[in-house]
Design a protein around this ligand. Structure first.
Ligand SMILES: *Cc1c(COP(=O)(O)O)cnc(C)c1O
Length: 410
């Protein structure tokens, strides 16, 4: 028989969301007819805006004509989309990029998961704790870790705790690391990083020859003026960072699929014989070998997010979610909860009352008021004692959930 990649056996079974489903199922089976409100989801719920649907339709029809038909497009994405990205997402921030510094893809999950392939197997990796699990699991698969310990952490990875004590902005690693995954605005904590702290990370990376993998999937939810929207707002970041963006949460593309990575030409790695190697060129080689591009109608749909009507419709959806976030944040804190996030991201991260564990609090919410959230410990050991509520639900459900949680006392 063919021998398998044993690194896959180190992976902990996808525990968090199956366990949530199991507990919800058990509850609904023994309490038929009771309405359960789900504020656990990390997925959008509003339909695609009309300008986007229209662009997708027109592009599909174009594909059905002999003059408009398109086969394989450029693997890196059509320039009509890349131009809009540069003009609307980066130019207003004073960031200049050339077209070949952007790689369009079918998702940031794939991008943040695949990027590790172009780095050495013995690279030292730092991740935050709690964390978006993709960064960790893909490095486990690649063999960059040992087994996971009783504390839920894999040996060989450097974990950077993010708790209320450090304002959810991690301390610098004590040892030298090669790659650092940062996600701001953050999933799951909903918190942000300050420009000055991000500058310190860029300086750290410069000093230690590290590369920062910056996941900005929630950039569009930023509402406060001084929160960095891109790591490239920081001087010198082009030499030490790449950035991941996605249309998923921004424009409701979770089921439509379109994202991109920005890899500046200034970003270099090093080969074992000490030669500088362009990360942009390395990724270009990888991307064009393993990927054949996002479909034309979807790239047209993504480009429509930048039209005047598209911008407004996308903005309205985000404002809807952020109003939900405000209702949750204010409603819950009025009831004495310590809450974080929810101002520049669609997630509210609350401290469980009376030092309850994340799962005990989950069970209490489910059994007493039928509200489902996500236990913080599911995102890493430093998430223990925290709980995530998502703002992606329907307004009436959000209002009902908040008022029900308000009836609880611990
Ligand atoms: C949702 C999300 C993404 C986006 O993933 P897609 O594959 O583009 O849908 C990326 N990073 C984080 C942290 C996310 O929560």
């Amino acid at each position: 028989m063919a021998e398998i990649n044993e690194n896959y056996l180190k992976l902990k079974a996808g525990y968090l969301f199956p366990e949530i489903s199991k507990r919800v199922k058990l509850f609904t089976e023994s309490n038929p007819g009771k309405k359960v409100i789900r504020l656990g989801i990390g997925d959008v719920t509003l339909p695609l805006p009309p300008s986007i649907v229209n662009a997708m339709k027109l592009a599909s029809e174009e594909m059905g004509t002999s003059s408009g038909f398109k086969g394989y497009g450029p693997e890196q994405g059509y320039s009509f989309l890349i131009e809009e990205i540069i003009k609307n997402d980066y130019k207003p921030l004073g960031i200049t990029l050339s077209q070949d510094e952007i790689f369009v893809s079918d998702g940031s999950k794939c991008d943040t998961g695949n990027i590790q392939e172009i780095f050495a197997v013995d690279s030292k990796i730092a991740v935050t704790d709690p964390v978006y699990p993709v960064y960790v699991d893909t490095n486990v698969m690649a063999g960059r870790t040992g087994e996971s310990g009783v504390d839920g952490r894999y040996s060989g990875l450097v974990y950077l705790s993010c708790t209320k004590e450090n304002g959810f902005q991690p301390d610098f690693p004590k040892e030298k690391v090669d790659l650092i995954y940062l996600c701001y605005p953050n999933n799951p904590t909903g918190t942000t990083i300050t420009k000055s702290r991000l500058k310190e990370w860029v300086d750290y990376a410069k000093k230690n020859n590290s590369i920062i993998l910056y996941d900005a999937a929630y950039e569009a939810f930023i509402s406060e003026p001084n929160v960095p929207r891109s790591i490239f707002e920081i001087d010198g970041a082009k030499e030490v960072a790449m950035e991941f963006r996605s249309f998923s949460k921004t424009a409701g593309f979770t089921g439509t699929r379109c994202a991109f990575i920005v890899i500046p030409k200034e970003l270099n790695g090093i080969s074992s014989n000490g030669e500088k190697v362009s990360i942009n060129q390395l990724w270009n080689r990888r991307h064009t070998t393993k990927f054949n591009g996002v479909s034309y109608p979807i790239q047209k749909a993504a480009a429509a997010c930048y039209s005047d009507s598209g911008k407004k419709e996308v903005r309205d959806n985000i404002l809807y979610y952020m109003e939900n976030a405000k209702i949750i944040r204010e409603g819950i804190s009025k009831n004495g909860y310590e809450v974080y996030g929810g101002v520049n991201a669609p997630y509210i991260w609350l401290k469980t009352p009376k030092s309850m564990t994340s799962w005990d609090f989950f069970d209490a919410l489910l059994n007493k008021v039928q509200v489902v959230g996500t236990p913080g410990s599911g995102f890493g050991p430093s998430g223990e004692g925290y709980f995530r509520l998502s703002a992606f639900g329907k307004r009436e459900d959000v209002i009902e959930a908040v008022s029900k949680i308000g009836t609880l006392s611990f």
